[in-house]
Design a protein. Sequence first.
Length: 215
Amino acid sequence: MGSKKAEGKVAKAKTKAKAEKKVVRKAEGTREEKYVPRLRERFRREIIPALMKELSFSSPMQVPRLEKVVVNMGVGEGAQDSKALDAAMEDLAVITGQRPLVTRAKKSIAGFKIRAGAPIGCKVTLRGDRMYEFVDRLFTIALPRIRDFRGFSPRSFDGRGNYTFGVDEQLIFPEVDYDKVQKIRGMDITIATTARDDKSGKALLKRLGFPFKGE
């Protein structure tokens, strides 16, 4: 009889210990915060309230947001030189942290000896955390490294709050190793937003730190 009571106490003790371990694990799990890019967090905490006030919005859902960023690098000799295309793709992968897709000619161009379907460059489409990380590095590190840089024209919006601009060389990105660069290449960058007009799109980019000329 005594042994059964003892066994019962041991079983209860084990059950209690297991329950306590679950509580501890749960508590530890809550302390592990999910990684959020710095710019994304600043957008949520600071920029949304600021834009609501600036644009006279009544709800945070009305505030324009970054939708995607498309980075396109042209490689004119890509159709004849696969190594040039590979080098450009490697540079773009290092810059964006994402594997690029090959872009191909939609139609033949006899003057440049390019046939329809021939590889003419590469591009990356960034969304989510990678997009915010890239935009943060682009605005705070890469663009300020452009020689004699005075900002970009505020007139390059498309009428729907999206902005496209070009940079002349990939070396403004510190991730690119100068000694490994095969050729200096420029790229076009399109920042797509959910803004309904250029005014809202510009307000968003300005708050995010985009350097507009004369502002």
